[in-house]
Design a protein around this ligand. Structure first.
Ligand code: ATP
Length: 509
């Protein structure tokens, strides 16, 4: 299927089935903002819960927080965002359309602009006479644009009341560092984790859920002793060292060579990753993404080039996904060193450090940060899970269906329940089964309208992994058929075994 077609089909299906649709749609929509419908909310929560299960519940030393979205200007001065959280834009002198300079150059000339200065970008635009895509007007020279949304707190608009919506959740985890380590009696290494909305006034939001102005971050700030950045405990390392990955370190990118395929451990042994904790978090994130349901062959690890690294990072790797519009960043894993804790100490006058009781000394920990955007994961998942199938049925009639092949533990609705016909006592039995399933916390969807075939098609389109049909045999022997979405195989099970059966099928993988 042509990639453009896939993108269009995904958008249409997401809108039709209540997964995601544009915010303020009846007013023409608001670029870069989307609302989640009932199915999308469950999908989102499912991914959140799987993240929480893997990175918080199953570990002893990662603590979850939830902090304010609006923070005063001083926080963002200390973090470097006021000065440096910018993209480069050009404006059309005629129609005043504003465009991201790097995207425009990439789209029109196919030149990669990572790390180029303002003057260099302006020169490329002038030399190639790049014009406004809207009206062919002349463009201004390139200028910086800060991506943070500004607001004022309280009734007075002044420099003292100026505040910003957070562009990342990370900063609060540095601000709360002393409180959390004290409250939890934390020992190094330990992590603080947060899921929550972030806001970036992107110049040109695009590619559906990929580049948004409001999105959800899932971030961990993992604090390690500065001299122990390679001390990953064996029980953690054993789980990731043998993962097969595609990796694109800086030198291969400089030589324009393809990625290498190797075992996770080789990336440390060969000195490709600067420290083991950075590699551990990259591999642990990769492994989790595969278990969410992403195709491992469409994931690769790419090191940031020196000129694209954030101001705080000593080393940074992206996990990239091969979206229908190319290889793009899905998640970043950065070695933020002690930059943030030291900057906030400097600006607030409050010491942010860690007391090592045994040695009776204080250290400022270094931070390894895996940071991902939930919508980019959802977008990658939708692209991976989408399928169209055609086949001949037993009467040699052509059949077709569209489906999402979500993992059973990520699928929004887990079980569909159908009475064969919409008549008692079948309806009554089907309703009873719904209640049993709901009482056991399974999300089910009841449908009694139209033919069974049509009902299967409808639930396939939201990726429901199992469908139960209550038929006349059910009334005789208390069994039902369970139809498995991908294979379409049907088997009979006793109603009393359903809960156990689904508990096994639907637990996090
Ligand atoms: P990009 O270079 O694509 O703008 P970034 O390097 O600025 O991304 P980070 O600051 O590293 O992104 O943020 C961490 C993660 O947050 C990204 O890997 C991505 O998953 C998500 N993210 C960042 N910006 C957006 C956005 N505008 N819309 C949706 N998700 C985003």
């Amino acid at each position: 299927m042509a990639m453009k077609d896939l993108a269009d089909k995904l958008v249409a299906l997401c809108m039709k089935r209540g997964i995601v649709f544009p915010s303020a749609e009846i007013y023409g929509g608001a670029a870069g903002f989307y609302d989640y419908g009932p199915v999308g909310v469950i999908l989102k929560n499912r991914i959140r819960e799987f993240w929480r299960s893997e990175f918080i519940v199953k570990r002893e030393n990662i603590y979850e927080t939830e902090s304010s979205i609006i923070l005063p200007r001083i926080v963002w001065e200390a973090s470097g965002h006021v000065a440096g959280f910018t993209d480069v834009l050009v404006e059309c002198k005629n129609c005043h359309l504003r465009l991201r300079a790097d995207h425009l150059i990439q789209d029109t000339l196919n030149i990669v602009t990572e790390g180029k200065t303002l003057d260099e970008l302006s020169d490329i635009i002038n030399e190639h006479d790049v014009r406004c895509p809207n009206c062919k007007g002349e463009l201004t020279s390139a200028q910086k644009f800060n991506l943070m949304f500004k607001t004022y707190v309280g009734a007075t608009e002044s420099s003292e009341t100026e505040a910003f919506l957070r562009p990342e959740t990370a900063q609060s985890m540095f601000l709360d560092f002393m409180r959390i380590q004290d409250a939890m009696r934390a020992k190094l290494p330990f992590g603080i984790a947060q899921m929550g909305r972030s806001y970036r006034n992107e110049i040109s939001p695009r590619n559906f859920l990929f580049r948004l102005r409001e999105f959800e971050h899932m971030e961990i700030e993992f604090f390690v002793h500065p001299d122990q950045k390679n001390d990953v405990p064996d029980e953690l390392w054993n789980k990731v060292e043998n993962l097969e990955v595609l990796a694109l370190p800086m030198d291969l990118q400089e030589k324009e060579e393809p990625p290498i395929q190797c075992k996770g451990s080789e990336l440390f042994e060969k000195g490709i990753f600067s420290c083991k904790w950075l590699l551990y978090w990259t591999l642990a994130s990769f492994s989790w993404l595969v278990r969410v349901g992403l195709d491992p062959n469409r994931l690769r690890l790419r090191q940031h080039m020196l000129n694209e690294r954030a101001h705080y990072a000593a080393d940074c790797w992206d996990i990239e996904f091969q979206y229908s519009f190319g290889w793009k960043e899905l998640q970043g894993i950065a070695d933020r060193t002690d930059y943030d804790l030291k900057r906030h100490t400097e600006f607030s006058g409050k010491t942010l450090d860690f007391h090592l009781a045994e040695e009776n000394i204080k250290v400022v920990p270094h931070v390894i940060e895996p940071s991902s955007g939930l919508e980019r994961i959802i977008m990658a998942l939708l692209e991976t899970a989408y399928a169209e199938e055609t086949w001949m049925d037993e009467k040699s009639e052509a059949q077709e269906r569209t489906l999402f092949k979500f993992n059973s533990y990520i699928a929004p609705f887990q079980i569909a329940v159908f009475p064969l016909v919409s008549r008692d006592p079948l309806v009554e039995r089907a309703r009873e089964i719904c209640t049993i399933l709901k009482d056991n916390n399974f999300w089910n969807i009841y449908d009694a309208k139209s033919s069974i075939g049509r009902r299967y098609r409808r639930v396939d389109e939201v990726g429901v992994p199992f469908a139960i049909t209550v038929d006349y045999q059910t009334l005789e022997d208390s069994t039902v058929t369970i139809r498995e979405r991908d294979s379409m195989k049907q088997e009979r099970y006793s109603i009393q075994d359903l809960v156990e059966y689904f508990k096994k099928q639907l637990q996090f993988g």
